[in-house]
Write a protein that binds this ligand. Structure first.
Ligand code: ZN
Length: 250
């Protein structure tokens, strides 16, 4: 695979970076990333990933645009109320960068379909808003051996982690949250711009991981406080009893 003249122009600001260069740009072009959830965080990550030229993006989302989404989901507009988010995300990506292959899946991920929907990707970016889905995605990522970036935003706090096997997201939150009715931003509220910050940071982690820009400290939780404006990093410990990733430890 070589970069076309158009690529050299489109990605000129990447290619001039010694940490990316032509080789890094080709890694981005070859990468297949699945984004679970085209809501606030997905909508924050998709511009970064599509602009960066990630070659294949799969968007999984079964929602339609509602008026209350527009406070934080910049991919959508008022005249698109009621339309499927996955298809609108595809339109956005194609208009931004027609060279990107896009697959849309208008389904909700559950334990039963997670492996099938996520297999074959190089990286999973989960920006869904409930624990049941996030745990289903995480468990599948562990089973499939695919790196997972898990990102969440609630009220004024954002959290983003990259996981590679063990520890996993389930080590972090435990088993108590498998129920479908756990809190979400619908109940707790979220500052609109925060989801963009978190989604864009998740895209940054994804691009770093795909290109291999710098060590990516899998298992580190990045916490952002939108009230104090502080970022903190916390190491997530592997749970010795974790039913998802314990078997993968060596
Ligand atoms: Zn685990």
């Amino acid at each position: 695979m070589v970069l076309s003249d158009e690529d050299l122009d489109r990605y000129a600001r990447h290619i001039v970076l010694p940490q990316v260069g032509g080789a890094g740009q080709l890694r981005l072009s070859a990468a297949k990333v699945v984004i679970v959830g085209a809501g606030g965080i997905g909508a924050g990550a998709i511009p970064g990933l599509s602009g960066a030229g990630v070659g294949h993006l799969t968007i999984i989302d079964d929602d339609k645009v509602e008026l209350s989404n527009l406070q934080r989901q910049p991919l959508f507009s008022t005249d698109q109320l009621g339309q499927p988010k996955a298809l609108l995300a595809e339109q956005f990506i194609k208009s931004r960068n027609p060279n990107i292959e896009v697959t849309t899946v208008a389904k909700r991920i559950v334990d039963l379909n997670a492996d099938r929907l996520l297999a074959g990707h190089d990286l999973i970016l989960d920006g869904t808003d409930n624990f049941a889905t996030r745990l289903a995605v995480s468990d599948a990522a562990v089973r499939l051996g695919i790196p997972l970036i898990s990102a969440a935003a609630q009220q004024f706090q954002g959290q983003i982690s990259l996981f590679r096997g063990r520890p996993c997201y389930r080590c972090f939150v435990g088993d108590a949250f498998d129920a479908d009715d756990c809190d979400s931003c619908a109940e707790m509220g979220v500052l609109g711009a925060l989801t963009g910050t978190v989604g864009n940071f998740a895209a940054l982690l994804a691009i770093r991981a795909i290109v291999g820009i710098a060590p990516d400290a899998a298992g580190t939780l990045h916490l952002f406080n939108g009230l104090t404006l502080n970022w903190r990093q916390i190491r997530i410990a592997a749970d010795p009893a974790c039913r998802a990733c314990r078997a993968t430890s060596s």
